[in-house]
Design a protein around this ligand. Structure first.
Ligand SMILES: Cc1cc2nc3c(=O)[nH]c(=O)nc-3n(C[C@H](O)[C@H](O)[C@H](O)COP(=O)(O)OP(=O)(O)OC[C@H]3O[C@@H](n4cnc5c(N)ncnc54)[C@H](O)[C@@H]3O)c2cc1C
Length: 448
């Protein structure tokens, strides 16, 4: 067998042109595209599947952990809060009321633990975290993106970039329509796996992980299930007579995987499904309330915490926890720690070399331990929103991403023409942040 082939040179059609091209429609990508578009840029969002949310919908990771700092104070609002408001209006989410955030009341803590909203080691307090319906999330995400005027393109897989010096001029996509290029002024990599950063030649850190496959059961006798000793293994979410099972393959699967390798993913998909079905059979036989339960659905995508993270201008480390910084563009709490926050600098969203690329979501430049907090869905909304605004500001000011003076721009710029909300002052010292400290569009009603 030949070990490689040489493909003939070919011409690739350029099918569209945009200011800011966001790739990957997870929580980071949808926030980046909406923020860029509301800031006045032409924004396009390209996603390989047919729905938005990424792990937050198709991975069945349907718990926003967390919007607070673990002391009862909201630190993430902005587009994440807007999503909660939208889901709330549809009666499609559950969360503690504001007056309960930070409460150490054991009864309340246990109530929210049952929803999967309190994690980590105690002593616990009630967190501002949210359980939601993933199908409603998908619909609201469609609306948020289209109402903001984002050009949404599903079913295209980014496979290449064309560069002119240190700038990306085009991204190449594969789909059933063939190979196509989209021209752009700036790119935001929200693929979760830093695909675009890798294609652009930027350094990344890779991780092998144990795969997860969250699943849902239905037709459960809730009274019996709630009082069962097996109780901590599953969570009541928004539906009736059903549970969410945060099932992981650690200690069950033979080896961890490189989730950027399709053969490793194939192995994990088949093996996790086999093991999950066996787990449902076990629950039916052993767990009170599950006698007549059935497997209502596997997550459509494996739960992969990490594949590759950018090694950007600045790598956020655990040592920077609770360290205020003037160049922060987003802030996040920590779902397993109380009273701990990370201030995320613009330099952790941008690469070392490529001058018109930003990265947001779970693949930002953070070390493995800081990533534990920055990968959470609210944090991905926040870095996505910051990346969208930052890229729009860089274009507006005619500067590279590395040349964007975050400190002087924070709170200083006038409202963008397409912004539908009040532009507040930036959030430094006046939490909750909206996710982005760049000209933060703080919703005054969102914070304490
Ligand atoms: C097992 C597990 C449990 C977790 N638990 C929680 C929790 O309880 N609460 C919480 O808040 N967070 C949790 N997290 C973290 C959180 O779910 C993710 O880190 C977060 O959703 C990532 O968002 P993202 O937008 O960065 O990436 P993703 O959600 O991975 O989105 C990336 C998107 O990009 C698309 N894409 C990828 N490559 C390409 C390409 N080349 N071309 C086009 N499109 C592409 C994908 O299809 C996807 O839609 C958990 C994660 C895991 C794995």
């Amino acid at each position: 067998m030949r070990t490689f082939i040489t493909e003939p040179e070919r011409r690739t059609p350029v099918i569209a042109e945009t200011d800011i091209l966001v790739i990957g429609g997870g929580s980071a990508g949808l926030a980046a595209a909406v923020a860029a578009s509301r800031a006045g840029a032409r924004a396009m969002l390209v996603e390989r599947y047919g729905s938005l949310g990424g792990l937050a919908t198709n991975g069945l990771i349907i718990l926003l952990l967390t919007l607070d700092d673990g002391r009862g104070k909201q630190v993430i609002a902005g587009l994440c809060q807007e999503m909660v408001d939208r889901l709330s209006a549809r009666k499609a989410c559950l969360f503690p009321p504001k007056e309960e955030w930070g409460s150490p009341d054991a009864v309340l803590v246990e109530k929210y633990q049952r929803l999967g909203l309190v994690w980590g080691s105690g002593p616990h307090v009630v967190r501002y975290s949210v359980a939601y319906d993933p199908e409603e999330f998908k619909c609201e995400a469609d609306l948020m993106v289209t109402e903001a005027g984002v050009d949404l393109r599903f079913h295209r897989w980014a496979t290449g970039v064309v560069k002119d010096g240190d700038r990306i001029t085009h991204v190449v996509f594969e789909s059933k329509a063939g190979r196509e290029a989209i021209a752009c002024s700036a790119v935001i990599d929200c693929t979760g796996d830093a695909d675009i950063a890798v294609l652009a030649g930027e350094p990344v850190e890779s991780e092998r992980v144990h795969p997860w496959l969250w699943f849902r059961t239905a037709n459960v006798d809730e009274d019996a299930a709630e009082t069962s000793k097996l109780r901590p293994g599953y969570y009541k979410t928004t539906g009736e007579h059903g549970y969410l099972h945060p099932w992981g393959a650690a200690e069950r699967i033979e080896h961890d995987i490189d989730a950027a390798n399709p053969d490793d993913l194939t192995y994990a998909e088949v093996e996790c499904r086999r093991l999950v079905r066996a787990e449902v059979d076990r629950l039916r036989g052993k767990a009170p309330g599950f006698e007549r339960a059935y497997l209502a659905g596997f997550a459509a995508t494996l739960g992969i915490t990490e594949t590759r993270r950018l090694v950007g201008k600045h790598m956020l480390t655990r040592e920077e926890m609770d360290q205020p910084r003037p160049d922060a563009v987003a802030i996040t709490g920590n779902w397993t720690k109380y009273g701990s926050t990370y201030e995320i600098p613009w330099a952790s969203l941008i690469p070392q070399g490529t001058t018109n690329l930003a990265v947001a979501g779970r693949c930002i430049s953070a070390d493995h331990r800081a990533h534990h907090a920055t990968k959470e869905i609210p944090s991905c909304f926040a870095t996505g929103e910051a990346a969208g605004l930052g890229a729009a500001l860089a274009l507006q000011h005619g500067v590279t991403h590395q040349g964007l003076d975050v400190e002087s721009l924070a709170g200083s710029a006038p409202p963008a023409p397409t912004c539908r909300r009040e532009w507040g002052t930036h959030c430094r010292g006046r939490l909750p942040a909206c996710g982005s400290r760049l000209r933060a569009r703080r919703r005054t009603e969102a914070g304490p």
